[in-house]
Design a protein around this ligand. Structure first.
Ligand SMILES: *[C@@H]1O[C@H](CO)[C@@H](O)[C@H](O)[C@H]1NC(C)=O
Length: 531
């Protein structure tokens, strides 16, 4: 009895020391459990890659070459300018209408005082650096696959969820027979292991960030490489691990994306064989001092779409009730402004699409929302603009392309031109553009993502498309037309509220200053050219 107890105790002691030992071993071998998410700290890989790139590029320095200037001129050098077209020698009548000249604005920095500019600039540089850290991952860095490498590995398309494990596809070694075939794997954000073992292969560093596999037989090593796993050990919602894969005399690098899956935001709407506009679309508008116009707009909408929801943002000083079925009227603080109103209206939309209209537009039988829905449903586009018909009969689509040229430390150059990129297959009246007129339908989630900067409180329109460049995929169709009730009108024909609106809307000289400051700091631009 006594002996039995003593034996049990000894077993227990041995067992617990074994456990302790195992635990210690586990602790010492485990990958680090702290993560450095400070900007600029997670880029160990950058240095490795830079060094490799140097070696690749320096090899042929002594061989001469001749520059081809026609092509060199097209390359972005480290700097850009915004240039206006020269004034033609002969001033033809209507020249500006027929051949619109490019104008340029090169003074965004003047939105700030001379004395504070240096500080603003360094502040902007800081913010820009941290923006780049947040938006780039090691998967965006340049990687060169060197010639004649015996190493086989995936160049792209490998993805692992944070803290999860995958089998790395495509690893292999192709070389002549030798005494011992060896490969090394080194990760920066996770550990390696094997899903299965193959006889005759020796493995060192299982469960660690550096693993070595070797075998006398190439075939067994290659078999073993099919079972190599990678486990991400540092949580990051969106980054990439840069893996070094080496054998004697050869090194390669590949990246595996680490990140959560994108969670979709899907809209459930009624579908009965044809598009139900009121279940798919909400009409949004912003009103200021023009209740008569707004009522005309609502009446015109109701003639064609009696049940579609209308969201109205209103920043009048003395708001008046706007009543009716399927109308949501949001009163804002007085004079909050144009983009603040757009932002508020769009934030309240729960349908898949939102249609933007100005409060002095009028629906007609040409205002076929079904056509806009159709192109959005059948393509990958995020937004489609229509055409606005003035009281004179002139119809405008206001299509523009936007391009950004890198400008180094001073900021980038933005170039806006009339025109479009391509006609869209299957939709002969529609083209791809980067900016469209203020009559457009868009995917609600995308519009909310870009947002309308509420600091733009007076005249603003293209600013939204500049913020959305690279996010929104936009079309413009000239066969979906809305009427403009006013604007081109003789001054004595204006009503009192219209006069007040015009005064309020166009009086503020600060507006230009605010705009320039946003271009300079928020968008990090130094200049703009346009036509
Ligand atoms: C592989 O890693 C080991 C150390 O873990 C090192 O001794 C060896 O030189 C490396 N081999 C190659 C080919 O890089």
């Amino acid at each position: 009895m006594m002996r039995c107890l003593v034996q049990k105790k000894t077993y227990l002691v041995i067992l617990s020391s074994l456990l302790l030992f195992a635990l210690l071993l586990y602790w010492t071998r485990r990958a680090p459990t702290t993560v450095d998410v400070r900007s600029g700290q997670s880029y160990k890989a950058q240095n490795v890659l830079k060094e490799r790139l140097q070696n690749v590029q320096n090899s042929y320095d002594n061989i001469p070459y001749v520059l081809k200037e026609s092509v060199a001129g097209r390359l972005a050098l480290n700097g850009c300018v915004c240039e206006a077209d020269k004034k033609p020698a002969i001033d033809l009548p209507f020249a500006q209408v027929l051949f619109p000249r490019v104008w340029a604005q090169d003074d965004f920095h003047t939105a700030f005082q001379e004395a504070e500019l240096a500080q603003v600039k360094s502040r902007r540089q800081q913010e820009y650096n941290s923006f780049q850290q947040r938006y780039q991952t090691p998967a965006d860095l340049l990687v060169i696959a060197e010639a004649n490498s015996p190493l086989q590995y995936p160049t792209q398309g490998v993805e692992v969820r944070p803290l999860k494990t995958i089998v790395i596809p495509g690893l292999g070694l192709k070389e002549k027979h030798r005494q011992l075939h060896t490969v090394n794997l080194t990760a920066t954000l996770g550990t390696f292991d094997v899903l299965a073992t193959v006889d005759g292969v020796s493995i060192r560093g299982q469960g660690m960030m550096h693993m070595t596999l070797s075998s006398r037989l190439l075939s067994t090593l290659n078999r073993q490489l099919q079972f190599v796993t990678y486990t991400n050990t540092l949580f990051h919602p969106r980054t990439a691990d840069t893996v070094q894969f080496e054998t004697d005399g050869h090194q390669s690098v590949f990246t595996m994306k680490v990140g959560h899956a994108v969670i979709p935001k899907l809209y459930h709407s009624v579908y009965t064989g044809e598009y139900s506009i009121s279940s798919l679309v909400t009409i949004a508008t912003k009103t200021f001092l023009r209740y008569d116009k707004l009522q005309d707009l609502i009446d015109s909408i109701r003639e064609f779409y009696p049940t579609v929801a209308i969201v109205i943002a209103d920043d009048n000083e003395h708001p008046q009730p706007v009543k009716g079925p399927h109308i949501e009227h949001y009163i804002m603080p007085f004079g909050k402004g144009w983009f603040a109103g757009r932002n508020l209206a769009v934030s309240q939309v729960t349908t898949k699409y939102v249609l933007w209209v100005d409060d002095d537009f009028l629906f007609t039988s040409n205002t076929r929302l079904e056509n806009m829905v159709e192109i959005l449903e059948k393509t990958t586009l995020d937004m489609v603009g229509g055409a606005v018909r003035e009281t004179t009969g002139y119809t405008a689509t206001f299509r523009h392309t936007i391009s950004v040229e890198e400008g180094g430390e001073e900021g980038d150059c933005i170039h806006i031109r009339n025109g479009y990129h391509h006609v869209i297959d299957g939709f002969p009246n529609c083209v791809l553009a980067d900016a469209v007129i203020n009559f457009f339908m868009g995917r609600t989630d995308k519009m909310q993502q870009v947002g309308f900067d509420p600091r733009l409180n007076r005249v603003a329109h293209l600013e939204f498309f500049i913020d959305g460049l690279g996010i929104l995929h936009i079309a413009s169709c000239d066969d979906i037309i809305i009427n403009h009730a006013s604007k081109i009108k003789l001054p004595w024909g204006k009503s009192d509220s219209e006069k007040a609106y015009a005064k309020f809307r166009y009086s503020s000289s600060d507006a230009v200053q605010i705009k320039n400051a946003l271009f300079y700091f928020k968008n990090r631009l130094k200049c703009m050219s346009s036509n």
